[in-house]
Design a protein around this ligand. Structure first.
Ligand SMILES: [Zn+2]
Length: 297
């Protein structure tokens, strides 16, 4: 009997490790200050957390990686300043340099750099053979689609530099997600399109939670993603929830982590009730579950 329990425990531990792979920690020192990098893996679609350790005798610590600039900031006085770095799902597997600059009170600067080798990731591929009329939007919708793309661009360009989140991210639903982040989808013989989020299947009307605190910057019906909510979490991080049947928030609402924001549906281009959940960090498209595992508490 005891043996059986141990065996069951072992299976559970292995399962846990497979579902939530442990993070890697790497430390780089700039001007005597340790900056810790935390990541699940160094691959396209992943997230790297940079945390300033110790008491910083500096004005600001900036980071530069993959052509983007970040500033390490604290969410509350006394908390460790940090930044979240998104590795877009299209980043090529090669070596990249991360540059850290410490700006001192007297105006002088100190630099440190570290190479990060991105490993390749094989995203799944799926072929679809469907009616041509279902792929190409009807001509009368093209203007609407163009307007919505502009609106989304304006939203992602308007960034609150401070962190608005509360601790670590949580999944918006209890149901398990399909492993389809970054999936290359080939419709008929067209060039592949990329699925830049994860799909979570759940019964119609299931309430959806906010993955973290923040500000609702969009709650509107869009052509492709249907009833969509976008939450800004600050520091360039946005979470996106699509195909809802009902909104429970409106644009401008400031909400807490776990607040109910809408209900599962199948609006927009969708074939059944599910939530399309996506995450962007300064426009880098990352796996939302890469952020769920980040220790922000
Ligand atoms: Zn989707």
């Amino acid at each position: 009997m005891k043996k059986r329990i141990y065996f069951l425990l072992l299976i559970l531990v292995c399962l846990g490790a497979a579902l939530f792979p442990s993070n890697t920690y790497q430390t780089l020192t700039v001007d005597g200050m340790p900056v810790e990098f935390v990541f699940r893996s160094l691959q396209p679609g992943e997230v790297i957390l940079a945390v300033l350790k110790g008491e910083p005798p500096v004005k600001a610590v900036r980071l530069q990686f993959l052509g983007k600039k970040y500033i390490l900031s604290a969410s509350r006085p006394g908390e460790k300043p940090f930044a979240l770095i998104g590795v877009d799902l299209d980043v090529k597997p090669q070596s990249y340099v991360i540059r850290i600059t410490a700006e001192k009170e007297d105006g002088t600067k100190e630099d440190a750099r570290q190479e990060f080798l991105m490993d390749p990731k094989n995203f799944s591929q799926k072929r679809f053979w469907i009616k041509e009329s279902l792929i190409a939007p009807p001509p009368q919708e093209l203007e609407r689609i163009r307007r919505e793309q502009e609106l989304l661009q304006d939203i992602y360009n308007c960034i609150t530099p401070e962190w608005l989140g509360t601790g670590s991210f949580i999944p918006p639903l209890d149901q398990e997600a399909f492993p389809n982040f970054g999936q290359r989808r080939i419709y008929n013989k067209r060039p592949p399109s990329v699925h830049a989020g994860v799909d979570i299947g759940a019964p119609w009307g299931t309430p959806i939670r906010a993955a973290n605190s923040g500000k609702v910057v969009l709650a509107s019906s869009l052509y492709f993603s249907g009833k969509t909510v976008i939450i800004e979490h600050g520091q360039g991080v946005f979470s996106i929830y699509g195909h809802m049947s009902k909104f429970l928030v409106k644009r401008g609402d400031v909400i807490k982590k776990g607040a109910l924001i809408g209900k599962v549906g199948s609006t927009g281009r969708s074939t059944g009730p599910h939530l399309h959940w996506a995450l962007k960090i300064y426009e880098s498209r990352v796996d939302p579950f890469a952020l769920v595992g980040m220790p922000l508490d």
